[in-house]
Design a protein around this ligand. Structure first.
Ligand code: PHE
Length: 350
């Protein structure tokens, strides 16, 4: 734990042990260089407390780069609520209210939105005590609702740009895309892909979701053990992080990777592993900025729905094209190119 804290390159971490539930709350503030920190609240069980803190650290850094690349004036932060295994949902609202009160106490250092394990309905509960630092509440509570569909729109655009780079045309007609995870991002992404004429195959662990996409939509289901060896044009990880690693990369049978999950690379060397295999990697935080970007625009800049969709599509397209070119011109990984662009903005402070 001590070395984890010492080696992190972020600014501040707020730690709360929630005695009534046994949950740990970590709010990691990675950088406030470009503005106050914003980031989602991830709520799940972890194998141990260290893993939860580490996840908060990495996710918060991801938010810093996510905002910096397109020049959004917010800093990077993330909250992790590590709940005990078999957590009884009846204690959830009270936990969320105590968490909201903590956010309120921070006085704007950190604002939050949904992430894995939390929804707009949860944001409503957090906002009871955390107002005004809570984004993406339900429309009934005056919020812009789920960020997932906007994230999905950015992922869809990224897949088009990746195809344009790989095959010389952005059309997805007949392209085979493997979507891993059919939650709020992956599920909407699949709709876009089908409308664009792509062939979609999917992998999922939730039985109800498998039934919906396989039996109702008639899509081909790929079992977990076959995900990394399934042939496709684009692999779109839309579940959890760490899926691109020393074990999986050698198995991949795709031409490119573009998905909505945060922290897809297990470590920095995995970007080079992908490049060495000739697989085009669209960096996760460039691809998945859409949710946060749209929600912040809708709720703080008065954007309309149309404006939000246009901003997400155009900025993801512009950003990815720029970094694919930079990576090719300099012979560096796309991840390094994205990092260079973000670091430049961070050091300029705008
Ligand atoms: N889950 C979002 C992300 O990782 C977090 C977010 C949503 C932040 C909405 C702000 C507003 O980008």
């Amino acid at each position: 734990m001590e070395s984890l804290l010492r080696e992190w390159d972020g600014e501040t971490v707020i730690v709360r042990y929630d005695r009534p539930t046994g949950a740990w709350i970590f709010i990691a503030i990675h950088s406030t260089r470009l503005g106050p920190a914003a980031g989602g609240t991830r709520m799940k069980s972890y194998p141990d407390v260290q893993a939860a803190l580490q996840d908060a650290f990495r996710l918060a850094a991801g938010m810093t780069y996510k905002f910096a690349t397109p020049g959004i004036p917010w800093g990077g932060g993330k909250a992790v609520i590590a709940i005990p295994p078999h957590f009884d949902p009846q204690f959830r609202p009270a936990l969320l209210r105590r968490y909201g009160a903590l956010i309120h106490q921070l006085g704007g250092l950190f604002s939050t939105g949904p992430d894995v394990g939390t929804s707009s309905a949860d944001m409503d509960i957090i906002a009871e005590t955390g107002d005004p630092y809570v984004f993406a509440r339900t429309p009934a509570a005056g919020g812009a609702g789920s960020s997932g569909p906007f994230t999905a729109l950015g992922v869809f655009t990224s897949i088009q740009v990746a195809c344009e780079h790989l095959f010389g045309e952005a059309s997805l007609k007949g392209r085979r895309v493997l979507v891993q995870g059919t939650g709020s991002v992956g599920g909407t992404l699949i709709e876009h892909l089908l409308a664009a004429g792509a062939e979609v195959v999917f992998s999922e662990v939730d039985e109800d979701a498998i039934r919906r996409f396989r039996d109702e939509l008639g899509l081909k289901f790929v079992p977990a053990e076959a995900v990394y060896t399934t042939e496709c044009d684009i692999f779109a990880p839309c579940a959890l992080g760490g899926v691109l690693n020393a074990d999986t990369i050698p198995q991949l049978k795709c031409r490119g990777v573009a998905g909505g999950a945060n922290n897809q690379l297990a470590g920095p060397e995995d970007a080079e592993r992908l490049r060495a295999r000739g697989i085009l990697y669209a960096p996760d935080y460039v691809v998945n900025v859409g949710g946060a970007m749209a929600i912040l625009g809708l709720e703080t800049q008065g954007w309309t729905q149309e404006r939000a969709e246009k901003e997400v599509t155009e900025s993801v397209r512009r950003g990815l094209r720029q970094l694919f070119e930079l990576a090719a011109a300099e012979g560096i990984t796309t991840e390094a190119a994205a990092r260079d662009i973000a670091e430049e903005r961070l050091s300029a402070g705008t």
